[in-house]
Design a binder for this molecule. Sequence first.
Ligand code: ASP
Length: 429
Amino acid sequence: MQPSAKTFAIKRKRGVMRVSLNTQMLLGVSAGILVGLLFSRLGPDAALAQSGLYVSGLIGNLFIDLLKMVLVPLVFTSIAVGIANLRLHQQMHQVWISTLGFFGLSTTAAIILGLTACNLFAPGRGLSLDVFHSALHNFDAKQMTLADFIAKFFHGLFVNPFAALADGNVLAIVVFALFLGIALVKGGGRYRNILVLLQEGLEITLRMVGWIMHLAPFGIMALLTRLVATQDMGLLTGLAKFVAVVIGTTLVHSLVVLPLMLYAVTRIKPMAFFRGAREALVTAFATSSSSATLPVTLRCAEQHLHVKPEIAGFVVPLGATVNMDGTALYEAAAALFVANLAGVELNFVQQLIVFFTAMIAAIGAPGIPSAGMVTMVMVLQSVGLPAEAIAILLPIDRLLDTFRTMVNVQGDMVGSLIVQRLVRAKAPA
Ligand code: ASP
């Protein structure tokens, strides 16, 4: 059995030292950063660093593969069962409205924060695009207009479910499972067996997630070792102001805005939230993938934060694909940064365009590493900025992705708690 989230201290049981999973994960983070720094000191040619990076690559990928293995059955069963249970209790309508309302509001707050910070601190002003000449020259940006992007997004919603399941296409699985959940309820008792099968499928998959979590401390250490050891520090210092603005505002959103929204609606204190959410936050930080983290996010929401399975099972998987506060904030901030580099002043209307395209780009970005960089082309092009400029951001993206993915995942857990509270408040007596 998993040690509870509250067992934070080292315990002695049957003469063996047992450390809680949360502590093990935090140890994994520290060890990963330290070993990564050591490898980067040794340099890429040192035999120790080479073999260490090889081994950490193996372990890190194994951890992500295991999470992805359970991802598809988990999303499919949790959405279908969640919807079926909500409709049984006539709460579907309230859940939809509260979920979309929260997603929209929190993403809006994130983008406003990013835009305000960039207007205040003006990262990139004084630097010149020419400094990055070689990066720009060797990069061929794909064209992506807003119209194409929207058409592609809608086209990707309704997909042959078998193809979607086989490809791990989370958004399309969510949509099909929604239909299935509604059909299960509309059919009444007729499909009871299928519903029970799905419920048991969900339970058994969550049991497997519990096993995979035993590997989490090692997976996290391995992923962070590679990240730190391979980060180009030279570029990082060149873009230090931009990196500081993005990480700073992302943390403000995570530590101030989201906890305030949570407290205002549910009266849950930030410490209690973070204690229950930390397994998922650390996993998101290390994997940079909301989708890969989804099994852990659901586990935290249901088992540590005590969100009802029918609410968490709907809000969290949907949020993992469409609710990305960190990504939205980043896309807006990056557009202003590139404008500063190009020596272009974006006026109010242009910043409004950035606002809307950043929101759409974040909704459309899949929950995988660096997905935001792909959809950002559209944001830049919407105000006539050079799409090639993302070549400058690519080398630092892996680092920034850690923080924004963590906030993306945090938003989903906060959302599930807020929706649960709002639905309870509105439920008929
Ligand atoms: N890596 C992010 C996520 O999975 C998406 C992004 O690149 O912004 O949530």
